[in-house]
Design a protein around this ligand. Structure first.
Ligand SMILES: [Zn+2]
Length: 481
């Protein structure tokens, strides 16, 4: 159903062509040929990180192996190309809006360093086929164009503590630079910080208790004509932080990945997947609990990705044992509204202000050097784990945990990871809504975000984070999105 990923040669200002090389770095010199800026529809065959590790502000350049109109196949760097289509198998997700490839951080890097560079040269076969031969068919895809997600299997390992490494990559938009393509190693000009979401006019509070969906994507959110990705896109985009009356919520049912909201948008009725929205007002008639904890950051956050684990896993999405919430600054993170107890904290020993994470140290996301190293917090960087006893949990959470066999005294531990800073200590008893740290970008991460992970426990006493691994569940059990 999806279109194959194709590239358009966007180049840089004042240069009419870009270089095509025989391998994924400028070391492959001289170039094979140059391709005119404006050349469209180049089929993407493969994507690799720069072999020399050349990077800009910690983001390693990626090179795209493309099929060119002259019948040749070669490599071009990602800051010179605009891509669109189904980039799932390359870690780009579904790119619905043509986007400079260098502005999208891939959510995984398949088989990185060891396989040989595929031969380049004249393709013996005929013209560019419309279908991508190397792209495995992906299952039905989610609808978030700005949040590339791809199938990745993260095998949970069992480090001595505190837990298995999580997938923590975050797609992020980085401003395009004007670095010359011929001299990628030249000192980069000052580059603006990763862009924050476009400012949105303050949204007035809901005038009534009307059930309202609030869009929490980083950019605008796409919608569908029905409650799944099998329905066509409507073309209508909902604004980040925009408020839309809820008309209907598809009830949760077994085997379903997500519920969908039907909302009213300028007189039109459109559907949006539940993970892209939060809600307020009296939503109880829609089966949405109103007593859940608020998201631990105030309004200035956006949705990156959600919980996606077996047995109900969406193979089209990254396996992930919590939620990732992006933020444009190191904003405060708060504990739940009924207080809690800090049971474990970690300050990342190897994170420095300049190089706080995997990406800025030249590691690929998920590199064992990060996720197996206690000095990196096993990839979680600086983190805080808060323990919430039964009496501190929302009634709806307690009911849910009881229904799932955790008993009526079940507790929950919540990890708040990749913090820039923690502001509490082990053993500290928290007042309701107390600040526990600042959102950051430490550990196995490449963009500022909060990794939020909830684990239920039959025991009201904390018995160790790794020991309650089996209680991991979608944060939706405790948090309102
Ligand atoms: Zn995460």
């Amino acid at each position: 159903m999806s279109n194959p990923l194709v590239a358009y040669v966007s180049g840089i200002p004042s240069r009419p062509t870009v270089k095509v090389r025989t391998g994924p770095s400028t070391n492959y010199d001289p170039p094979m040929f140059e391709i005119a800026v404006g050349t469209p529809n180049l089929l993407v065959l493969e994507v690799r990180p720069d072999e020399q590790g050349t990077n800009i502000q910690g983001r390693t350049y990626q090179w795209l192996r493309l099929q060119y109109p002259n019948g040749q196949i070669g490599w071009t760097r990602d800051d010179l190309l605009t891509i669109s289509g189904d980039g799932t198998s390359f870690g780009y997700g579904i790119v619905t809006t043509p986007t400079v490839a260098g502005n999208i951080i891939r959510s995984f890097v398949p088989n990185v360093p060891s396989t040989p560079i595929a031969p380049v040269g004249v393709v013996p076969t005929a013209p560019v086929a419309p279908a991508a031969p190397t792209v495995p068919t992906a299952p039905t895809q989610p609808s978030t164009p700005t949040q590339p997600v791809i199938p990745v299997t993260v095998t949970p390992v069992t480090p001595p503590a505190p837990a298995s490494p999580a997938v923590v990559v975050v797609p992020v938009v980085i401003p395009v630079t004007t670095t010359s393509p011929a001299a990628p190693t030249a000192p980069a000009a000052p580059v603006p910080q990763p862009s924050a979401p476009a400012p949105v006019a303050p949204v007035p509070a809901a005038p009534t208790n009307q059930p309202t969906a609030i869009i929490k994507t980083m950019g605008s959110a796409p919608t569908r004509t029905g409650p799944s990705t099998t329905f066509a896109r409507t073309g209508a985009l909902l604004n980040r932080n925009g408020r839309y009356p809820i008309l209907e919520v598809q009830r949760e049912n077994a085997g379903q990945q997500y519920r969908w909201f039907r909302v009213s948008n300028a007189g039109q009725s459109v559907w949006i997947r539940e993970d892209l929205v939060t809600y307020d007002g009296d939503t109880t008639t829609f089966g949405l609990p109103t007593d859940l904890y608020p998201v631990p950051m105030k309004d200035d956050y956006w949705w990156v990705r959600g919980y996606n684990m077996p047995p109900n896993m969406d193979q089209g999405l990254v396996q992930h044992d919590g939620w990732d919430l992006g933020a444009s600054a190191d904003i405060p993170i708060y504990c739940g509204p009924n207080g809690g107890t800090v049971v474990k904290t970690n300050v990342c020993a190897k994170c420095t202000p300049d190089k706080p994470n995997a990406a800025s140290n030249g590691y690929q996301i998920g590199d064992p050097a990060i996720v197996s190293d206690p000095a990196w917090g096993y990839g979680y960087g600086t983190y805080v784990i808060v323990w919430y006893t039964s009496d501190q949990l929302p009634q709806s959470t307690r009911s849910l945990l009881a229904a799932r066999g955790f008993g009526d005294q079940a507790a929950m531990g919540v990890m708040y990871a990749h913090l820039a800073q923690k502001t509490v200590n082990d053993g500290q008893v928290l007042t309701p809504g107390q600040q526990i740290g600042l959102c950051g970008n430490t550990g196995n991460s490449e963009a500022r975000h909060l990794h939020l992970e909830s684990r239920a426990s039959k025991s009201s006493q904390f018995i160790g984070w790794a020991n309650i691994r089996s209680g991991v569940m979608d944060d939706v059990a405790l948090f309102k999105r």
